[in-house]
Design a protein around this ligand. Sequence first.
Ligand code: TXE
Length: 535
Amino acid sequence: MSRVLKFDGAPDEIISFNPATGEEVGRVPQTSEEDVRAAIERSRAAFAQWKRTTFAERCRLVMKARDVILSELDDIAHLISAESGKPFGEAIAMEIAPVLDLMQYFARNAHKMLRPRKVGIGLYALLARSSKVVYHPLGVVAVIPAWNYPFSIPLGEAAMALLAGNSVVIKPSELTPLTGLKIVEIFERAGTPKDLVQVVTGDGRTGAALVEAAPDKIMFTGSVATGKKIAASAAKDLTSVVLELGGKDPMIVFKDANLELAADAAVWGAFCNAGQSCSSVERLYVEETVAEKFTSMLVGRVKQLKQGVGSGEDISIGAMSSEKQLQIVEQHVEQFRSEGATIAIGGKQNKSLSGSFYEPTIITNVRNDMRAMQEETFGPTLPIGTFKTEHEAIELANDSEFGLTASVWTRDLNKGKRVAKQIEAGSVTVNEVLYTHGIGQSPWGGFKNSGRGRTHGFEGLMELVQPQHIHVNHLAILPNAWWLPYTSTAVETFRGFAKYFASGSVLKTSLLLPQLFRRIRELQKIRKDSLRNKN
Ligand code: TXE
């Protein structure tokens, strides 16, 4: 049986199915627009209290939520696996462990990262001024994730938002709503104040209603098409958005790489989570002279992978998350076939299993002008192209509308870093692949159509606050030379600003001092005269 999104005759209910077995996992309501607006209102009220809390209180809550997760580790992993189709072990390794790390890191460090920061203001400091930046929370943060990492992505974003002092409303994917509910339950068990973390379940209509309800920030993970719709709708209220929109991530393997390790990495990078990671290896380019050898290494490794229902601990490749996703993969593989590529292994649905399973597939003889080399496949396929030179490898990697991650393999680390810098992608790894989303300490996000803004790291935390510049004149006894009224003395002073002050040089600026004093004396005289005339 395959997974279908059913409304069960009632338009207000969503049934979540296990895509590996077709069994029902549970049901949730399709939240109405009115209820979404009410959730935002409640969230604003919760924010008004939460923004006053100390970092210590916020940290306690997030660390408590971690304890709750650890106390239910296997149950949560089984739920993630049942709703998404991914192997149980992968749910722990790629969702729960990284988000626990992210939570402890930000719980321990957010207060340092958000500490008021003194800003160097150059020569203005000589005028007895000082500046600092303080960070304020934004308000209500709406999190709209996809189904591929239904636990770690929304939970990580929610934890960071809370630590920054915001309230959170999550709209989980309609394919994985129970995992979304679980996140809220975890926070409730950790003692979250009422309405601080809420969930609104439903499909894209609920997501659209959430955007329309004008939260203060939208953190979205999903397709480019939906990302554009959200950005357009959010623009009406000037709501700022962070968009994580997937990729067509290349892996470049030079002939001097540790080929055995690179082959292991490519197989994991392309096939974990059944290839449904935004940073999955979607294109592999190997140096021509080792292409044949490397391909046979990959094929040999794929033969060892066991595919099946994700609850089995020996299962390496689970089901696709939905029938729709399986169909996209089928179309892409057919496109490859019809455009002259060769299927080295796989290339079809795994019909020995009853759910949405697609065999891990390796494709050779591919070219970048093939359609499936340009569009995101989001499935267990690994197309392999070849290159002759470093320059060609970079050109091939950059020939894409996407730019989320890329991976470069070589024993020459200088070459690796040189190539990495020339690749248009938000994260480039040298002799590593895919896993950097798991490093919550580092920024995550894409170039080009892979998105806007960042999650994770300092940059991600900055998305969840508004900086406020506080500027103080410590010696407010003289008028500023640039104040009104303007006169020819003023204009001469402004010329001096342009020539000397704006040079940033103390020495040059000292040449301006006589003119500056002339102008200030002029302003003082104008003020005095006007007072005298009044009297
Ligand atoms: O995504 P959607 P889908 C890619 C992948 C996949 C394709 C489509 O290539 O094949 O996107 O996946 C909510 N306003 N990625 O259809 O539609 C929706 O309910 C507000 C890459 O699942 O973008 C869900 O919660 N929200 C990606 C979320 O948006 C709306 C991960 C994602 O759904 C909405 C997943 C609307 N108008 C898919 N319409 C990645 N970045 O890794 C839908 N939603």
